[in-house]
Design a binder for this molecule. Structure first.
Ligand code: SF4
Length: 491
């Protein structure tokens, strides 16, 4: 069987390798009509279904408040809940590892696979493993990581990157998927049938047969977790296809990479999240496949369980008084589906595994704003507030965005790279500080008036200002000159 091609996936980090910052990437995406059609149709459908599912619950707003409060309570006491989780999971037979960053999480994962002479692993969709670039690091080390979620399989075979939390291949249509299966499946396992059509039933069947072979021949599984319960040491995965259930129960060894913000204090807290997550994400009243496991059970399921608790910038986000609410996120994707910016540019323009409104705040929170990719993201929003209204854990994304914009401006000022606006303000402050300077500037402006009147576009950095505005006409004389001349008589 062919080895995985390590070039199939750009390496995620601060941004996907080789991707431009949002401003440029959005321009490119806007030129792709097919992408916009696919996105428009898909987000409209999900949005409408979600509105109906949420509308069925009279206490929806109360559930949102409860979910936000549970998350805030957990985050306020996160260190204690993490230690409680570690103790409970260890007592149940799991081995708990702590990873400060992506490199450490990858190193621990690789060591576990090597300890079992593994060459292949199967995976249930996990954003945490995408965040740390696990598949790419494994490929460099000669380990094949096989995605088993249908959309992730499409992304992996297509050498693509995900563009949505819930529907990672939202930018692909059925015909494109058929072609990817025909072109690539045979290289890495059971081929797609020659007579494959673009009917959803036939595409799903081809994926099921291809994946079944992987499930039955691979002894190491990797997962993330939607929730981790501190009092019991339980991990919880919600999924819709049953591939997760197979990944979590068939292998001998299971490794779960879990962001430290996934903690919930008690098992009873799940009651709230089992209502808000399915309705907000897939617009379902109840999640189709919910798998919960606590440590190891002799003779049933994986006999070795490793849990890697991942920080990778989360404690940095926790230290941000306004931004820490982003750690409430349960990755439901409701904010993506209502965002007018996301609907037009898609997920790739954000250059990260976390796209859309939550990605626009989460990436700068995890990494800071010194990198140009992260610094561009707080501006990827119209601040319309639709994301806040849709969010089941009430993350006030617009407020965080505004704070981050200020942070970006300060960062630029500190780095000695003033923006055009900051430069103009500095010149204005210097001119206004002395009345003689101001009078001289006014005389020069009056003399230049007839010429400037014809200027439609300013040069250099100032060009951004005139891109959407005309220069105002410059008066022949200043207020002072007019007053001196008339004393207000010709009012
Ligand atoms: S920010 Fe809110 S709406 Fe967006 S993915 Fe997270 S939980 Fe869902």
């Amino acid at each position: 069987m062919a080895k995985q091609d390590s070039t199939l996936h750009p390496r995620p980090g601060v941004a996907f390798l080789g991707m431009p910052a949002f401003t440029e990437a959005a321009h490119i995406a806007l030129g792709d009509d097919q992408l916009r059609r696919n996105l428009g149709r898909a987000t409209r459908t999900i949005r409408d279904k979600r509105t109906r599912a949420v509308g069925e619950l009279e206490d929806w707003q109360d559930l949102r408040t409860a979910a936000a409060m549970i998350k805030d309570r957990t985050l306020a006491d996160l260190d204690r809940h993490l230690e409680q989780f570690e103790a409970a999971a260890t007592a149940a037979g799991a081995t708990v590892h702590w990873a400060a960053d992506a490199d450490e999480a990858v190193r621990i994962s690789t060591e576990i696979v090597r300890a079992h002479q593994g060459t292949d692993v199967i995976k249930v969709k996990s954003m945490a493993t995408q965040e740390i670039g696990l598949n790419e690091a494994f490929a460099e080390d000669g380990i094949n990581a096989w995605e088993t979620d249908l959309a992730e399989l499409i992304i992996q075979l297509g050498g693509d990157t995900p563009s949505h939390f819930l529907v990672p291949a939202i930018h692909r249509n059925r015909e494109e998927i058929r072609q990817i299966f025909l072109d690539r499946m045979a290289e890495v396992g059971r081929p797609a049938p020659d007579d494959l059509t673009d009917e959803p039933r036939r595409l799903a069947e081809a994926a099921r047969l291809h994946l079944r072979e992987k499930f039955l021949t691979t002894s190491i599984g990797f997962s993330g977790a939607n929730f981790a319960v501190a009092e019991t040491g339980t991990l919880v995965v919600l999924e819709s296809e049953g591939n997760g259930r197979m990944c979590l129960t068939l292998p001998d060894v299971l490794v779960s990479v879990v962001g430290i913000e996934k903690l919930l204090p008690t098992f009873a807290d799940l009651e709230v999240f089992m209502q808000v997550l399915p309705r907000s994400s897939t617009a379902e009243r109840m999640n189709p496949y919910t798998t919960m496991w606590t440590g190891v059970t002799e003779g049933d399921g994986p006999q070795e369980l490793h849990i890697i608790l991942l920080d990778n910038g989360r404690t940095r986000a926790l230290a941000d008084n306004t931004g820490r609410q982003a750690l409430r996120c349960i990755r439901c994707s409701a904010c993506l589906n209502v965002c007018p910016v996301y609907e037009r540019v898609g997920g790739h323009a954000y250059g990260s595994v976390y796209p859309g409104p939550i990605g626009a705040i989460l990436n700068p929170l995890l990494h800071g704003v010194s990198d140009e990719h992260d610094a561009a993201l707080p501006f990827a929003s119209s601040l319309c507030g639709a994301c806040y209204e849709a969010c089941p854990v009430k993350i006030d994304i617009p407020t965080v965005l505004i704070e981050q914009r200020a942070e970006v401006v300060e960062e630029r000022a500190d780095s000695g790279r003033p923006s055009a606006e900051a430069l103009a303000m500095r010149i204005a402050a210097w001119t206004f500080a002395d009345h003689r300077r101001l009078e001289r500037a006014q005389k020069v402006a009056s003399k230049a008036g007839p010429v400037v009147q014809h200027v439609r576009r300013l040069p250099g950095m100032l060009g951004g200002w005139t891109a959407s505005r005309d220069l105002p006409p410059i008066p022949d004389e200043s207020f002072h000159q007019w007053w001196e001349r008339t004393r207000g008589a010709d009012r």
